[in-house]
Design a protein around this ligand. Structure first.
Ligand SMILES: [Zn+2]
Ligand SMILES: [Zn+2]
Length: 313
């Protein structure tokens, strides 16, 4: 098989089977993290990621996980999505000091997936993204990381069709404002609204439709998966983002009674679905959530699910 020599040790029957399954050749999982995210963060001013990256050590002993340290994003990339005025305001906000590295992480992860260097990725952030629009920001968000990454995927890698699942507790208003007129972005947001645009590419699914008949974890996971899966299949993306907040967790600031048992089924579904419809190209982007104990228990477990793409099983 001709191609990338670095990949040559992975060539063979197994990778052919992976390719047929749609997992693709780059089945390693990239983890994108900057030390600044633990020291200071818009969300928590430091505390929530205090156990990272050490909490990933057991994963990083395995070859299928690769840890990357991002560079800050360029001003040109920010200005492709945001106004000059927003950029200047973010510069004045000391709580946005990690915003450049945060977007740098999300964009770097997207590019490593697009190039096939990794199969999928988890991107940490210090400052959030989904409440940042062209000319507004807030709610712990500074620059819209996912929207900027979409621009880079299009401009540099020719990837057009993108699907986003947002399971942060709050409505992704910034992302919605930036992608709502774009028929090549499917944005499914699990929040407190119920909405579907005429063309079906902008969707809100209310968790306020509770009480669920089952326990909150099962009910939430089912709501998110049913809301996204068939729409994504019909839409046919080339790349999927999962904007993952754990602010929905029991005891965190937007508690809707969830535990890790809500997140892991969604992770498995996203992994399976990305393999089925877009060659495994899935990036998980960290959103809200403030407690370090929750971060420590949830995030490594979620990354371990992403790593199942490279387990050969
Ligand atoms: Zn939130
Ligand atoms: Zn929403």
């Amino acid at each position: 098989m001709p191609g990338n020599q670095l990949e040559s040790t992975h060539e063979g029957d197994e990778s052919a089977v992976d390719a047929q399954r749609g997992v693709g050749r780059g089945v390693r999982t990239g983890i994108f993290y900057h030390p600044g995210f633990s020291r200071r963060s818009y969300l928590t001013q430091g505390a929530r990621l205090e156990d990272f990256p050490q909490a990933l050590n057991h994963l990083l002993q395995e070859q299928r996980y690769i840890l990357y340290q991002p560079e800050p994003i360029s001003e040109a990339s920010i200005l492709a999505v945001h106004s000059r005025q927003l950029l200047e305001e973010v510069k004045q906000d000391p709580l946005c000091s990690t915003a450049w590295h945060s977007v740098g992480a999300v964009v770097m992860a997207a590019e490593k997936i697009a190039s096939g260097e990794v199969g999928n990725a988890f991107s940490f952030i210090g400052a959030g993204g989904h409440h940042a629009g062209k000319n507004f920001f807030g709610g712990y968000c500074c620059f819209n990381d996912v929207a900027i990454a979409i621009r880079v995927l299009r401009d540099v890698h020719g990837i057009r069709r993108i699907a986003i699942l947002d399971t942060d507790a709050h409505h992704g208003d910034g992302t919605r404002a930036l992608v709502c007129d774009d028929p090549e972005v499917l944005h499914v947001c699990v929040c407190s609204n119920n909405y579907e645009s005429e063309d079906g590419t902008n969707v809100d699914i209310a968790t306020a439709a509770r009480p669920w008949d089952e326990d909150p974890d099962a009910g939430y996971a089912r709501t998110a998966m049913e809301g996204f899966r068939e729409r994504a299949r019909r839409f046919g993306p080339e790349f999927m983002f999962w904007y993952f907040g754990f602010d929905t967790h029991r005891g965190d600031y937007a508690d809707i009674g969830l535990t890790i048992n809500a997140y892991l089924p969604i992770a498995r579904m996203m992994l399976q679905l990305s393999g089925e419809i877009c060659g495994g190209r899935l990036e998980v982007v960290l959103g809200g959530g403030s407690r370090s104990d929750i971060a420590r228990s949830v995030i490594p477990a979620l990354i371990a699910v992403l790593g199942e793409a490279g387990s050969g099983s």
